[in-house]
Write a protein that binds this ligand. Structure first.
Ligand code: ZN
Length: 185
C-alpha cells in the first residue's frame, strides 16, 4: 500500500500495520476505505434526467389518447420517488466510514455508532445485484450484516467490498490451517 486509502498521504517506508500520520486512519495491510454516502453527483444526475425526460409532461396537452396521462403520472411518480430517495440517502444518519482490512470491518456512523466485525467470524460475503444488498454470513449461516449498495456509494463499491472481504477470508484460512504459511503477527 503506497498511499493512505482515506486521505492519499504517502505511506512509503511505513510499516504494514500502522496509523496514517496525516489523518489517523489505523490500517492493517491493504485497506479498503469507503465512505457511507450517496453518490455525490446524484442531484445533478436527477436534474439532468428530469430535464431530459420533461417532454413527457407536455405530451398529454397535444395527444388526446388517455394513456399519455397515465405515462405522465408514472413519470411524475418516478421523479418524486427519486428525489425523496436521494434526500433520505443524504441524511447525516447515513454518512460515515466503512473500512475493510485484515482485522475485519469497521463501520462508524457518527449518528448511529460504530461496529466491528472480525474477519474470523465471517464465513462469506455476498453481493447480489437483484437485492442490491451486501450481506455478510457468519459460520452458522446467520446474517452478520446486511447493507444496501447505495450506502456504500454504489454497486461497484459494494461488489468490490464483497470481493475484498472474501479474499481476506481465504487469506486468513490459509494462515490458520495447519501447514499454512505462518506470520509472526
Ligand atoms: Zn491518511
Amino acid at each position: 500500500m503506497i498511499n493512505c486509502p482515506k486521505c492519499g498521504y504517502s505511506l512509503e517506508g511505513l510499516p504494514e500495520v500502522h496509523v496514517c500520520p496525516e489523518c489517523g486512519l489505523d490500517y492493517y495491510g491493504e485497506t479498503l476505505c469507503l465512505e457511507f454516502k450517496a453518490h455525490s453527483d446524484s442531484w445533478r444526475t436527477i436534474a439532468l434526467t428530469v430535464v431530459g425526460t420533461s417532454w413527457i409532461a407536455l405530451v398529454p396537452a397535444y395527444r388526446a389518447q388517455s394513456y399519455w396521462k397515465l405515462v405522465f403520472l408514472l413519470w411524475l411518480f418516478a421523479v418524486v420517488f427519486r428525489i425523496i430517495a436521494h434526500m433520505y440517502r443524504s441524511m447525516p444518519e447515513n454518512q460515515g466510514e466503512f473500512i475493510v482490512d485484515r482485522k475485519g470491518i469497521r463501520m462508524s456512523r457518527p449518528k448511529r455508532g460504530s461496529k466491528f466485525i472480525a474477519i474470523s467470524i465471517i464465513k462469506r460475503a455476498n453481493y447480489s445485484i437483484w437485492t442490491g444488498r451486501l450481506v455478510l454470513f457468519g459460520h452458522d449461516a446467520q446474517k452478520l450484516l446486511s447493507i444496501q449498495y447505495w450506502e456504500l456509494g454504489g454497486q461497484a463499491n459494494a461488489k468490490k467490498c464483497a470481493q475484498r472481504i472474501n479474499s481476506l477470508i481465504v487469506a486468513k484460512q490459509s494462515l490458520d490451517s495447519p501447514g499454512g504459511i505462518n506470520d509472526s503477527s
